[in-house]
Design a protein around this ligand. Structure first.
Ligand code: NAP
Length: 295
């Protein structure tokens, strides 16, 4: 099925709805924003670079002259900025919050909260935004849509090394943070109908461009051919706004081997009930800490 056909069959107008997208300046984010504009949504772009954010907003407006777009600058490593962004989102009003920003193979350090920066960007900050915004979006019939990853299955969480700060392998550090994000949000039973967990499969963006230069130069072109384009992969995130909710743990991603094809909602059986309960508990402890500390 073509991207256009899938959109026609599986989405509806978002006219009058406000969608906030984090990481809109990234490979998937900008394609997702283009789809959202086609559906008539108003956008709030949540990015760490205001300049890139505004450039994106202007290019979207060039194609959709009636687009209402505004900006919030936030670095997800900075808890103070994340708290302010949440308050600003509540003030402006949001129907859908898409937690799309993410980072994989980046220089590591400890943030002011005491957590590893990869854990902050991929879990602590998006979890805080989700918890703060959920009652608000739910009251408007909207949702929080989180972007997970296949990498969440690379290892189990470790209560003795919550943010994996002692681990070296990027895939595991990133996967652990995504695992926290996915199962903490899926565990919010009272908001079950207002949370979607999605993933894009594998697509060539900055996040997948982390290999040594020579290797990347060799694999770049085959990757473009083998994997879906960011435009098509972003359908899986868009689907999080519209897919049917179900009772068990589910996520939406590419239908064929979680890598190719149109979005499909499917069960997630990669975490035991015991581990998921521990993730939920730890997530709430972290939330309590970052809500009050470093103010
Ligand atoms: N591409 C894939 O194959 C793949 C697979 C599984 C999951 N994902 C997930 O898909 C989402 C989008 O990733 P992508 O593929 O589009 O990668 P990308 O092109 O690298 O985009 C990542 C976005 O996150 C933003 N970001 C990174 N660190 C940030 C920080 N400290 N504060 C605020 N924003 C920050 C980036 O901002 P800048 O523009 O300023 O750099 C960028 O907009 C991520 O959650 C990623 O984990 C991607």
């Amino acid at each position: 099925m073509t991207t256009k056909n899938w959109i026609q069959k599986n989405t509806r107008s978002l006219a009058g709805k406000t969608v906030a997208v984090s990481g809109s300046t990234g490979g998937i984010g900008r394609q997702l924003c283009a789809h959202l504009c086609d559906l008539g949504a108003d956008l709030i772009l949540l990015d760490r670079s205001r300049e890139r954010s505004v450039a994106l907003g202007e290019s979207l407006r060039a194609a959709h002259p009636s687009l209402k777009v505004s900006y919030i600058t936030v670095d997800l490593e900075d808890m103070g900025a994340v708290r302010s962004a949440a308050e600003e989102l509540l003030r402006r009003g949001v129907d859908f919050l898409i937690l799309n920003a993410g980072a994989y193979h980046i220089p590591r350090h400890r943030c002011d909260t005491g957590y590893d920066n990869v854990f902050m960007i991929n879990f602590v900050s998006p979890y805080y935004l989700a918890r703060r915004l959920l009652p608000h979006v739910a009251s408007r019939g909207g949702r929080v849509v989180a972007v997970g990853s296949i990498a969440h299955g690379y290892s189990r969480t470790d209560p003795d090394d919550i943010d994996f700060s002692t681990r070296k392998k990027s895939s595991k550090v990133y996967g652990n943070a995504k695992r926290y994000l996915m199962f903490s949000l899926l565990g919010l039973r009272e908001h079950r109908d207002s949370v979607s967990v999605t993933h894009p499969g594998i697509t060539l963006t900055n996040i997948t461009a982390h290999y040594p230069k020579l290797i990347f130069a060799i694999i770049k072109h085959p990757m473009k051919v083998i994997f879906m384009s960011p435009r098509r992969a972003s359908l899986c995130i868009l689907a999080g706004i519209f897919d049917q909710r179900s009772d068990g743990n589910c996520w939406t991603g590419p239908g064929i081997f979680n890598v190719w094809g149109t979005p499909k909602l499917r069960p997630l059986s990669t975490c035991t009930e015991g581990e998921a309960a521990r993730i939920r508990e730890t997530a709430e402890e972290i939330l309590g800490r970052v809500e009050t500390e470093n103010r």
